[in-house]
Design a protein around this ligand. Structure first.
Ligand code: ADP
Ligand code: ZN
Length: 364
């Protein structure tokens, strides 16, 4: 493996600032990387069985280097993001002798990161935690920005806190064991950054999509991930609590969320639903004259590169109902994230129900 230099991306949030480090092979030198935080206190690594089975050597190496670290395993699916499991983790931490100086390392995807952050935010009123994302979605999106949560039966992420990690350590080599469908769907969030902020990311998808999916160019992949992290870091730094600019990150997510809800049991992945949602948002951007014909065609060409499961029949009225629930603002119009030119996301654009229904033709 060629040695690649790590890229360090600062996320500026006053006393809650931290670095996101992106580098192939980071996981193989964790004992060194984590040294600044280790004062001999108790560590726990929160993870899932499938990840533990593959990456146990990462934890073994920390133990061998003298870290007092114990694994805590939670279920391998979204059901782990539940207050019952949070309680079990809290209880195990008490049993292991964790105190206020203990550190939680979240080694996993979005599920582990969200639950781990929530547990860290609440255990003894808050202990430090470090994100070690193992999925692409977590690397470019969910591990950055401090959103932590558990689900209720009434809906996802209904209980949680904004609680920032001390560091995010991104090692793309974790992706080599991730199922391909998960890689492809998570690239949705990366191409999203191309749409809202960075034409160079968009152009990389135009020319190198196959190489990204195949993970066969480490420098290219690390670069796209680092650029994505950088955009997310800047946006979070400007608007931690999502009053304005952070809404840009919801590009493709409004109608995408409707698809996700409608197909809940058909099982569209989040990124897949967002890809369909970005097709609709591009359609509306074009209809409103924000994308010209050439830009719209380029947008659809890129989005059509992604291999997606069929979007079953969607009832326009159902989409409208869910979108309306989500996004209705005070005077009854719908507020959307669109693109005014590729690379330039805009928030708070008014959209009519007719625009939304018409946009479904982009995914028919
Ligand atoms: P996401 O971050 O995409 O939302 P999840 O946290 O739901 O994904 O994880 C998806 C599944 O993939 C889980 O079952 C998880 O245990 C497994 N997983 C996560 N990272 C890896 C990896 N690097 N290799 C293999 N399986 C993984
Ligand atoms: Zn998303």
């Amino acid at each position: 493996m060629t040695e690649l230099h790590s890229q360090v991306i600062p996320l500026e949030l006053a006393e809650h600032s931290y670095d996101i480090t992106v580098g192939y092979g980071l996981k193989d030198s964790l004992a060194q990387t984590l040294k600044p935080w280790n004062q001999g206190q108790k560590w726990v690594v929160l993870t899932q069985q499938a990840i533990f089975d593959i990456y146990r050597p990462v934890i073994d190496a920390l133990q061998s280097a003298g870290y007092d670290i114990s694994p805590i395993i939670v279920p391998g699916d979204e059901s782990a993001k539940n207050i019952k499991h949070a309680e079990q983790v809290w209880a195990q931490m008490v049993e292991l002798g964790c105190d206020r100086s203990s550190i939680l390392l979240a080694m996993g995807g979005g599920v582990v990161g969200d639950l781990g952050g929530f547990v860290a935010a609440t255990y003894m009123r808050g202990i430090p935690f470090i994100q070690l994302p193992t999925t692409l979605l977590a690397m470019v999106d969910s591990s950055i920005g401090g959103k932590t949560a558990v689900n209720l039966s009434a809906g996802k992420n209904l209980v949680g806190a904004i609680y920032q990690p001390k560091a995010v350590l991104v090692d793309p080599s974790f992706l080599e064991t991730l199922p391909k469908r998960n890689v492809i769907s998570s690239l949705a969030e990366a191409v999203k950054y191309g749409f809202i902020r960075d034409t160079s990311i968009f152009d990389t998808f135009v020319t190198r999509y196959a190489d990204l999916v195949a993970l066969n160019d480490q420098a290219l992949l690390a670069d796209v991930i680092a650029k994505s992290c950088n955009i997310k870091a800047q946006i979070v730094s400007n608007d931690q609590f999502e009053n304005g600019e952070r809404k840009l990150l919801n590009f493709g997510h409004t109608i995408g969320h409707a698809f996700e809800t409608i197909q809940e049991y058909g099982g569209l992945y989040h990124g897949e639903a967002v890809l369909y949602g970005m097709k609709c948002a591009s359609y509306i951007s074009h209809k409103k004259g924000l994308l010209d014909d050439a830009e719209f065609n380029a947008a659809m060409d890129v989005l059509n590169k992604f291999e997606l499961p069929q979007l079953g029949a969607v009832e326009p009225s159902q989409v409208l109902e869910i979108v309306g629930h989500d996004k209705k603002n005070i005077n009854g119009t719908l507020s959307f994230i669109l693109v005014d030119g590729i690379g330039n996301g805009v928030i708070n654009t008014e959209v009519t129900p007719e625009d939304i229904v018409e946009s479904l033709s982009a995914v028919a």
